[in-house]
Design a protein. Structure first.
Length: 278
């Protein structure tokens, strides 16, 4: 039996180029395999791990030491066992928080649609953009539609402004200075000082408004969602045509959106900072 056949394993057909998996980093693959074993087994010895992974103990030990340096596994010298490290918990907790606000958010998005009749969305800040990560559309014939993954300027977005309002003025200036925004409409905020003043109004009111600043004829009401550390991690909004979201509707639905965002915050174990305007 030739070497190549041994590598493929008995009975495994040769793959065409189109069927082959993308190239991976072998050392990383093996390290992650060891990490997964530690996760499944709980506490285990080097000998047990090496046998389960099908690799030499010396190789398994190098993998484990690399993972330990990054805090992903821990070594107990008293009983010579390896277990999951605290950094693995932190990384996993980060994902759980993200998943939980999206899950809780969708519950409240559906409720907002019932209460307001408008499309509901969740978005986050990434760099100098706001990125939409979830949306549920209303069934109204004229409605907002922002596909997940869509990026928008912070200054021309209800959620973007709601999240900026949670930052210090210095942080806002650092993000916005030197990055001009096109004047999409006559209402687009294109000046940093103008935006800083608008953020003050948002804090006084308790929610943000996109008043036809990105698309003529469309409005948005938004409020922030906080994690357990009091950090604004996402924003919840409703969007719709100005004909339905007139000034009276803004005043009526603003507290509704803010209340929904507060409920998402509570559902994920979050809390607004002690000085929150929200």
């Amino acid at each position: 039996m030739d070497t190549e056949h041994k590598r493929r394993g008995r009975g495994r057909p040769r793959l065409d180029k189109e069927q082959r998996q993308p190239a991976t980093v072998q050392a990383l693959d093996r390290g992650l395999a060891v990490f997964a074993l530690v996760s499944r087994e709980g506490k285990c010895t080097l000998t047990e791990l090496a046998a389960s992974a099908g690799m030499a103990p010396s190789t398994a030990h190098r993998m484990l030491e690399t993972l330990r340096v990054h805090g992903l596994v821990a070594f107990d010298a008293s009983n010579q066992t390896w277990s999951i490290g605290v950094e693995a918990f932190r990384i996993g907790h980060g994902y759980a928080q993200q998943a939980s606000y999206l899950e809780a958010g969708r519950i409240l998005m559906r409720r907002l649609i019932d209460q307001t009749g408008e499309t509901a969305s969740i978005a986050v800040i990434e760099g100098r953009d706001v990125v939409h990560v979830s949306q549920i559309e209303t069934q109204a014939p004229i409605r907002a539609f922002i596909p997940p993954g869509t990026r928008s300027y912070l200054q021309a977005s209800g959620i973007g402004k709601a999240l900026l309002a949670c930052m210090s003025e210095a942080a806002c200036r650092e993000i916005l200075t030197g990055h001009p925004v096109p004047a999409f409409t006559g209402n687009t905020i294109t000046d940093v000082e103008w935006l800083i003043a608008e953020l003050g109004h948002i804090r006084g009111r308790g929610w943000a408004i996109d008043d036809e600043e990105r698309h003529q004829g469309m409005r948005c009401i938004a409020a922030p969602i906080f994690n357990e550390f009091g950090d604004a991690i996402a924003g919840l909004s409703i969007s719709g045509p100005t004909a339905r979201l007139d000034d009276t509707a803004l005043e009526r639905h603003g507290p509704t959106v803010r209340s929904a965002a507060r409920e998402v915050t509570a559902m994920i174990g979050g809390q607004p900072p002690s000085d929150a305007w929200f």
